[in-house]
Structure formats: C-alpha cells, structure tokens
Design a protein around this ligand. Structure first.
Ligand SMILES: Cc1cc2nc3c(=O)[nH]c(=O)nc-3n(C[C@H](O)[C@H](O)[C@H](O)COP(=O)(O)OP(=O)(O)OC[C@H]3O[C@@H](n4cnc5c(N)ncnc54)[C@H](O)[C@@H]3O)c2cc1C
Length: 397
C-alpha cells in the first residue's frame, strides 16, 4: 500500500504572485478627494455650463489649486506629476460630474504630452512652467476640415524662412481654442508628395499671442458644450525654430505617441459617464419602486448590463494606464479601452434615457445631457471605427 501523501489544505503556491485588481491607498485617497471636488464644485453647475456653454474658469482655478488640472506636470506647491493611473482616476471622476469640463481639462494634458515626449528643457520652461504656476489652458491643433481620421491629409504648412518658419493653415474643432495661452500645432514641412507621413510633418508649440493667429467662431456642440471648440487660422505666423518640438519631420510620430499616451484618459472619462448613467438610473428606480413597488425584469437586465460594462470599462482603462506607468505602453490596450468605454457609455446613456421614460427626454434632464455628451466619445481621440481598424491591424500584424 502507498504511503499517504500530506495534503496542503492551506495557501496555494501561486498566491504570493497573484494579480492585484486593487489600486494603491494613495490612488484611493486621490479618488476620494477628486470625487468630493467633483460633487461640490462641478455637479451643481454642470447643467448651467451645458446650457450657457460658458467656459468654466472658476472650476479650473479651484482644480489647479488642488493639482487636479495640468496633472502630467508637477505643481508649484511642490507636488510631483501624477502618474497615468492617477490621471485616469481624476478624469473618471470629472467625467462622472461633467465631461464638458473633463474635455477642457483633458485637452491640457493632451497638449502638454508632446513636450513631455520630445520637448527640450527650454521649451518646458517656456510652455509648461506657466501651466504649473497658473490655471492656464492649452489647445491641440491637429484636425482640419478635410483631415480628421486621416491625419496625414492635413494641409497646414510650415515653410522654412531664415531662422524659423512661416505657418499657414486652418485647424478645425479645436477644444480650448479661444482660451488657450499656447497651441500645439502639427504642420507639413516636407512638400514632396511622396514623402512618408513619418518624415513629412513637424510639431510646434506656438504662443497664442503670436501675430497672425485668428480665432474662428465658437461651435455649438451637441454635447460636452462648455469646452470652447473653434477653428484656429494661422495666417503667415512667424514661428521660431526653438518652438519646434523634436526634429524636423518627427511630428507625425510625436502625435501618434501622444494619442497612445492619452487615450486612457478619454476612456476613463467615458467610464465616469457610464457610472453616472448607472447611478442616476438606480436612484430613479429606487424612488419609483417606493411609489409603485415594481421594477420590471427588462429594466433589471439593463441595470445589470450597465454594471458589468462599468466594471469592465474601468478595468481596461486602469490596465492601459498602468501599462504606461510600467513602461509597457500599448497602442493595442489603449485602443481597446477607448473603444469599449466609448461604446458602452453610449449604450448606458441610451438605457438611462429609456429607464427615465418621458422624464429623460426633456431638455435639462440629467440623462438627456449624458446622452448628448456620450456621443462625442465615439468621435474624438480617434473614432470608434478607426480604433477598431487599429485593433484589428495589430491583431493581424
Ligand atoms: C467636441 C469635439 C472636440 C474636438 N477637439 C479636437 C481638438 O482639440 N483637437 C483636434 O485636433 N481635433 C479635435 N476634434 C476633432 C476630432 O479629432 C475629429 O472629429 C475626429 O478625428 C474625426 O475626424 P472627422 O470629424 O474629420 O471625421 P472623418 O475622419 O471624416 O470620419 C467620418 C466618419 O467616417 C469614418 N471613417 C473615416 N475613415 C475611415 C476608415 N478608413 N475606415 C472606416 N471608417 C472611417 C469615421 O469613423 C467617422 O465615422 C474634436 C472633435 C469634436 C467632435
């Protein structure tokens, strides 16, 4: 007869190397702080900013004081830059409160990222230091009326002139356009039509008070309305060579790296909106259940779907942010997270409006704003269709 083997009824061998799905105590504390800020400072005024489209300077001044604005750089109070996961947590909580406010805050991080990727010390002092010292805004000028998804089709050009460039062209759909103190601009610098995108474009930071910059009229967006979207025209704008970010011809790559590094912040903002749709629906149904006591099964399924998608969306978003922090940034995971969050935020908004019935359809209803705001997530930062192309190309490569 074989000797009886001792059986370990206790700890598994892999337990110590397990996978943590929790965020650190510091990240939890940050989430608590920003949630309080969003509840006290943004939610009460969000509907009014949506209606008036007034740029929320008051919120930004307070956010800057708590280092919730311009978070990818340090603050004059001595605090260090937030890591990407912390930025995602901030963006999620702001997106919960109002994604119009969130878009304007996000655009600052988007605009600063090229300088963090490829800027020199002098440029960081000139363009980033003021953003640490004051609640200033920046804008990211890439899209043109004939070139959105196809970035390589842009026509804005920077022609060499003495020790700098002359910049001409019109950028469209530029968030923070009328409020920025400087612009990140992508322009063509190689005019050989056969030049590959990876060599044909250059990136610049241009102070907003440079002569020749003309602001277009403010767009009336369907959602995320207080973020000041405009056309920006550059008419014979003299750009110093020292404002070029990276080498001449590197602009397209810098823009693509910037999108990869910032997509987790768009997905987290959409996750915040998704969670808000779920919470508003739960509150509405609890109130209704108290009066007539019934929540039908189809509605219960909608709630369950929203809850599953909020959880998944958050996990994908945190993972893509944490990968950036760990030095393993991944276009694939950033695109997965952005696409999923944008799509599921829209589904959740549609569910929420249906759950509210007529009360969700009227102007001024919270879920009506959420539905208009949600749609925009499928457009900017790379449309859902373009994200799916990126994902499938990476799968097939
Ligand atoms: C509120 C708002 C704020 C914005 N802020 C900024 C900003 O600050 N800075 C900036 O530079 N831009 C900004 N944009 C512009 C945004 O990035 C573009 O709208 C986006 O890239 C899509 O480009 P497009 O609008 O020209 O649409 P198009 O590229 O013309 O696309 C139209 C449709 O065709 C689909 N499509 C296009 N090409 C393909 C393809 N190859 N295969 C399959 N489907 C395709 C798209 O998915 C989309 O559904 C903003 C847009 C909005 C709405």
């Amino acid at each position: 007869m074989l000797a009886r083997q001792a059986i370990n009824f206790g700890k598994s061998a892999t337990e110590a190397a397990g996978c943590s799905f929790d965020i650190s105590p510091a990240h939890k504390q940050l989430r608590k702080n920003v949630r309080e800020f969003a509840r006290d400072e943004i939610i009460p005024v969000a509907a009014e900013h949506d209606r008036s489209m007034e740029f929320p300077w008051g919120i930004f001044r307070k956010a800057h004081g708590r280092h919730l604005l311009n978070t990818s750089i340090g603050n004059v109070d001595g605090s260090a830059p937030h890591d990407k996961l912390a930025q995602a947590i901030i963006s999620e909580e702001i997106g919960y409160a109002c994604s119009g406010v969130g878009l304007a805050m996000f655009i600052n991080e988007l605009s600063m990222t090229p300088l963090l990727i490829a800027g020199d010390d002098h440029q960081k002092e000139q363009f980033l230091r003021p953003m640490a010292e004051e609640p200033l805004m920046a804008a990211y000028c890439v899209t043109e009326s004939g070139a959105g998804s196809d970035v390589a089709a842009i026509r804005t050009k920077a022609v060499r002139d003495g020790d700098g460039y002359i910049l001409n062209g019109t950028k469209a759909w530029i968030s923070n356009g009328g409020k920025a103190s400087w612009y990140f601009v992508l322009a063509r610098t190689d005019f050989d039509p056969s030049a590959p995108a990876g060599r044909a474009f250059s990136a610049f930071a241009v102070p907003a008070n440079t002569e020749g910059i003309v602001l277009g009229k403010k767009e009336h967006n369907m959602g995320q309305r207080c973020s000041d979207t405009r056309m920006i025209t550059f008419e014979d704008v003299r750009v110093k060579e020292e404002w070029r970010i990276g080498e001449e011809g590197e602009g397209f790559k810098i823009v693509m790296r910037t999108f990869d590094a910032t997509r987790p912040l768009v997905s987290s903002m959409a996750t915040g909106l998704l969670q808000r749709c779920l919470d508003e629906s739960i509150n509405f149904l609890r109130d209704r259940a108290q009066s007539d006591g019934v929540v039908d099964q189809i509605t219960q399924f909608k709630l369950a779907e929203m809850a599953m998608n909020a959880e998944l969306s958050r996990l994908m978003c945190y993972k893509s942010a944490a990968m950036i922090d760990n030095g393993s940034a991944s276009s694939y995971h950033s695109s997965l997270a952005k696409t999923f969050a944008a799509e599921k935020a829209n589904e959740a908004a549609a569910h929420a409006v249906e759950i509210f019935g007529h009360a969700g359809c009227s102007e001024g209803a919270c879920v009506e704003k959420l539905m208009r705001d949600a749609k925009i997530f499928q457009i900017y930062g790379g449309t859902t269709q373009i994200q799916k192309l990126i994902i499938s190309r990476l799968l097939l490569r």
